[in-house]
Write a protein that binds this ligand. Structure first.
Ligand SMILES: [Cu+2]
Length: 362
């Protein structure tokens, strides 16, 4: 819980960062990169670099989920308990997720061998924590709560961004990336089983459900197409991207393919700060196949209860120091709020997510 991000904390950081004594403005030095040259920090593969340039970035995304949705509607624990269990024993669901915190810490490197191609690589560390309620298999009475955690290296991304054309006020590039299955898909945890009664817990160590695993287990192809340009004093951009699973993983399933469209607009506030608004919509398919060791009577272990259609609105700020010891260091924050959620089956309801990032080009 100590690492948890909440909206109030994000707002506080925003207020601190925007305070007038931030000390980045200094017009006596030559101008470095402009604050609006990069897309909002939540966008991947948004910019290329000039020949010979390197960039290092570190970002952390914190996503919170609470409660459950069936399609677009909020459902109570008792409504979830009435749903059939794909694994048969018991016949209905008996464990209901309450809260989840997902944290992704991403270390990225970019390098441009020439002006048309920028290579990129990204490593990530994932930390998940979920709290669940267990109900007795026979009586359906509340038996207790427990939490499970998983942490470790996630999938690794390598790829390239290629210039593919210019317009009068902007530029297009496409990206080709591959996600390598370095994240574990066999994480286990101690779960409170439906054999429990209140005051008489029964625990079992079991493989954790799909959303608690650290990687897809498969090689994933990640193509993208991005536009960025100037429009009436705004910096605008758009991106279409996809995640296509190339194979079944070692546990005989593959996560659903994912397609995303997004657009953003940024406005300069000063030579060192910009604000952004971003809208994104995505669709993800269901899990194909199943891991025979993931068999708990919980929605997150039901393969049809995965993917859906989601849309978010994000507000961001982006700072780049123009002088002093921090010159060229870029700091960005983005807060995303769900606008639309239409989940396949029963899934946890997504709440806000916060991305904080630091980038430096050399
Ligand atoms: Cu970069």
């Amino acid at each position: 819980m100590t690492h948890q991000w909440t909206a109030p904390k994000a707002a506080l950081i925003l207020a601190l960062a925007a305070a007038p004594n931030f000390g980045f403005a200094d017009d006596t030095h030559t101008k470095t990169a402009a604050p609006e040259n990069h897309a909002p920090i939540g966008v991947m593969g948004d910019h290329r670099h000039k020949a010979g340039e390197y960039m290092v970035s570190l970002r952390q995304m914190n996503m919170r989920m609470e409660g459950n949705l069936h399609g677009r509607d909020k459902v109570s624990d008792s409504e979830v308990l009435a749903m059939p269990n794909q694994h048969g024993m018991p016949a209905n669901l008996r464990v209901v997720p309450q809260k989840m915190d997902m944290r992704m810490t991403m270390l990225g490197v970019m390098y441009a061998p020439n002006d048309n191609v920028t290579l990129l690589a990204m490593l990530m560390q994932i930390d998940n924590e979920m709290t669940l309620n267990t109900y007795n298999a026979m009586t359906q009475e509340y038996a207790g709560s427990f939490s499970s955690k998983s942490a470790g290296l996630g999938d690794t991304i390598i790829g390239a961004l290629m210039h593919c054309g210019d317009t009068q006020n902007g530029t297009w590039h496409y990206g080709l990336a591959l996600s390598l299955p370095t994240g574990a898909i066999d994480e286990t945890g101690r779960v409170l089983t439906p054999m429990s009664r209140e005051g008489s817990p029964h625990y079992m160590t079991s493989r954790l459900p799909y959303p608690m695993q650290l990687g897809s287990g498969s090689y994933d192809f990640k193509p993208s197409l991005t536009y960025q340009g100037d429009w009436r004093g705004w910096r605008i951009g758009g991106q279409a991207n996809a995640v296509l699973r190339l194979n079944d993983n070692d546990e005989d399933y593959r996560l659903g393919d994912k397609f995303e469209l997004q657009g953003w607009a940024m406005k300069n506030l000063s030579p060192y700060a910009s604000a952004s608004l971003r809208l994104d919509a995505n669709h993800q398919g269901k899990i194909d196949g199943q891991d025979s060791q993931i068999a708990l009577p919980v929605p997150t272990a039901q393969t049809a209860f995965s993917g859906g259609t989601f849309a978010n609105m994000s507000l961001g700020v982006n700072f780049i120091a123009q002088s002093g010891a921090l010159r060229g260091h870029r700091l960005a924050l983005e807060v995303s709020l769900p606008l639309h959620q239409d989940a396949h089956g029963v899934q946890m309801q997504r709440q806000e997510s916060v991305t904080l990032g630091w980038q430096k080009a050399f």
